[in-house]
Design a protein around this ligand. Structure first.
Ligand SMILES: [Zn+2]
Length: 313
């Protein structure tokens, strides 16, 4: 005989719903039995936190990589550095870095000035992007190996390809549809708001701790307030730490692997800036290659978990 709990699970499965994200086109399916499925254990691999051999620590004044861009809001100086190794170079585009003067802590460590640290990095990223005003740039950060980081030292990237990726062009066209913003910014999905920028649970997340940052209306990077974004990113990270339930990390290694992707509108003004905040270590393996995502909770519960996690550490 089947126990009642199994009946309840089957009912939940039947009730599982599917949603299509109007921005990414990903299809999401929710089922309470998701966690019961076998899945490979994700091994987090810490990057060496030792300063020895760090390519970003103490560049000489005549280092050819240095760019005339810097910012300091009182929580440490950040500066611009040309990234001379990646495939984005010359005819394919350009890759630059926003780099902290301090080797640690990482951008994923909870720290008193975390919002200001993120705002300072954004200051430098925005200046780097502004150097190529006719091009489209991706403002991104990665902390930890599962996020794709190859260095421990706090840094962000500005990737300026020769042309925007087709998927980006399509997504910005979808933002131009008023109905898209109405669906994404529906009240039950909103975790926190500062002025006209909202921290929301995505309709189809890649993992259970991902959130998005979405402004109420279309706007270019010149409308973006770094301090406001730093505060909302910090709000997300506090919720992530609370839900992971890890003891505050005193070690130098990243306490959680994260990636942020800030997409400006297209150079012709189509779309809006918006950002994905991802906890990559909680993404299902290879999920990024799949247009079909299944997770445990629908986005309304996802938002509620973050709201109840509270705003401060
Ligand atoms: Zn370093």
């Amino acid at each position: 005989m089947t126990p009642p709990a199994a009946h309840a699970g089957a009912a939940a499965d039947r009730a599982a719903r599917a949603t299509v994200c109007p921005v990414t086109g990903r299809v999401g399916l929710w089922t309470r039995t998701r966690e019961a499925r076998p899945r490979p254990r994700i091994e987090r691999q810490p990057l060496p936190a030792d300063r020895e051999g760090c390519p970003f620590c103490d560049p000489a004044d005549d280092d050819v990589r240095l760019l005339p861009v810097a910012a300091d809001r009182g929580a440490g100086r950040w500066f611009g550095l040309h990234n001379i190794y990646p495939p984005l170079d010359g005819p394919t585009g350009r890759a630059d870095l926003a780099v902290a003067t301090a080797h640690s802590p990482t951008l994923a460590h909870l720290q008193p000035d975390l919002a200001t640290v993120w705002a300072t990095m954004l200051d430098v990223q925005l200046e780097l992007a502004a150097r190529f005003p006719t091009r489209w740039s991706l403002l991104t950060t990665a902390v930890g190996v599962s996020a794709g980081a190859s260095q421990h030292h706090p840094h962000g990237q500005v990737l300026t390809p020769a042309t925007p990726p087709p998927v980006t062009i399509e997504q910005q066209r979808r933002w131009a549809d008023r109905q898209t913003a109405t669906s994404v910014l529906a009240e039950p999905l909103v975790v926190a708001s500062l002025s006209d920028v909202h921290l929301v649970a995505p309709l189809v997340p890649l993992g259970p701790l991902d959130l998005w940052l979405v402004p109420a209306g279309p706007g270019g990077l010149d409308t973006l307030d770094p301090e406001q974004l730093g505060t909302l990113v910090t709000r997300w990270l506090v919720g992530v730490h609370r839900q992971l339930g890890r003891t505050p990390s005193r070690s130098a290694a990243a306490p959680v692997d994260i990636k942020t992707l800030l997409y400006p509108p297209l150079p012709d003004g189509t779309g809006r800036w918006w950002a994905e905040l991802q906890v990559t270590e909680r993404h299902a393996p290879q999920v990024a290659a799949a247009p079909l995502v299944d997770v445990v909770d629908p986005p309304e519960r996802h938002a509620e978990r973050f709201r109840s996690a509270g705003p401060s550490a």
